[in-house]
Design a protein around this ligand. Structure first.
Ligand SMILES: Cc1cc2nc3c(=O)[nH]c(=O)nc-3n(C[C@H](O)[C@H](O)[C@H](O)COP(=O)(O)OP(=O)(O)OC[C@H]3O[C@@H](n4cnc5c(N)ncnc54)[C@H](O)[C@@H]3O)c2cc1C
Length: 294
């Protein structure tokens, strides 16, 4: 009987790199692949240090991208030995993206961006052209999948697709069942084996659509590992799917990748309401007609 070990984390030295956009390619209408390259993907010298070459070991390895509002330069962290120092004022504007592909021989790194229509990263990806500069750091942590399990269950929305794609492409002989939530049939990446595609439906919460799909593809027997990522509310619902399938915490890896305004925490929602109330009071005060003496 094989020994079952849960997934574990492996730390990598974090390095800040300056790279160039080589090309862009629309994998689907809402998913843009940006290929970056440059000398700093290899080992390089900076500030009197020899920094290691880029490496990626885990399928959900991610990097931090340092971006800027239009007309500004990005604020960058400082490279120290094995770690980065993040300035506070101004703080870097950083966003997190999965390493979709790294080819050390070609010296190329692919990142897949959901073009969701707003946000500094989404907008950067929409406008990116060959020759544009991109500063990134990482990966810092790699997930090492568990051993000895009978099957993997992967579930996520389109932001989790780059990681899910790497998992299905490189699963070490273990059966993989994956459910991915995308906008429509146009967004399916059909060359990926073993993926069940589900589409967002008007009037039905994304969480329910994906949870139903994940439940329906899970085998009835055997020891499983479940990996979940995507919008925070969707991930919360999928955690409860894991529970109903009898997948305990040691065999569950779940990460919220982004937060929809509809899924704010209750405290966040209360603070937002308080802020709105304060603003509307201020507006009323500012627009009040002064009383005149009669
Ligand atoms: C470990 C990790 C790996 C990730 N990998 C990827 C990846 O490979 N590809 C990828 O596309 N994303 C990935 N994400 C998610 C990505 O970091 C977020 O979507 C991020 O918020 C995008 O930044 P932004 O500047 O475009 O939008 P923000 O400025 O963060 O947000 C602006 C507005 O857009 C909304 N928004 C943000 N993301 C989405 C979305 N995907 N769909 C709809 N509305 C959205 C927000 O709710 C907010 O209202 C990953 C996140 C993590 C934590």
């Amino acid at each position: 009987m094989p020994v079952t070990t849960p997934s574990r984390r492996m730390e990598l030295p974090i390095v800040l790199r300056k790279l160039d956009v080589m090309r862009t390619h629309d994998v689907t209408p809402r998913m843009r692949r940006i290929t970056v390259a440059g000398d700093q993907l290899g080992s390089f010298e900076s500030g009197g240090r020899t920094l290691p070459a880029f490496t990626t070991a885990g399928c959900d390895d991610y990097v931090k991208l340092f971006l800027a509002e239009p007309g500004h330069d990005p604020v960058l962290p400082e490279q120290h030995d094995g770690h980065l120092h993040w300035p506070k004022k101004p703080a870097p504007l950083a966003r997190t993206y999965t390493v979709r592909r790294f080819d050390a021989d070609a010296g190329e790194l692919d990142l897949d961006f959901v073009l969701h229509g707003h946000g500094v990263a989404g907008n950067w990806a929409r406008a990116a052209r060959p020759g544009d500069v991109l500063h990134l750091a990482g990966p810092k942590i790699s997930t090492v999948p568990p051993t000895g399990v009978d099957w993997w269950l992967l579930a996520g929305d389109d932001t989790a697709l780059p990681a899910i794609a790497r998992f299905v492409e490189s699963a070490p002989g273990v059966p993989v069942h994956a459910a991915v939530l995308v906008e429509s049939a146009d967004e399916e990446q059909r060359d990926l084996p073993g993926v069940t595609w589900v589409h967002r439906q008007a009037g039905v919460p994304d969480a329910r659509v994906l949870a139903d799909a994940a439940r329906s593809i899970a085998p009835d027997t055997g020891q499983a590992w479940m990996w979940i990522a995507g919008e925070t509310g969707v991930v919360r619902e999928l955690r409860s799917v894991a529970k109903t399938l009898g997948i305990g915490k040691p065999m569950l890896d779940a990460s919220g990748y982004w937060r929809s305004p509809d899924t704010q925490r209750p405290l966040g929602r209360l603070l937002a309401m308080r802020e709105e109330a304060r603003e509307s009071l201020d507006v009323r005060r500012r627009t009040r007609v002064p009383r005149t003496a009669d």
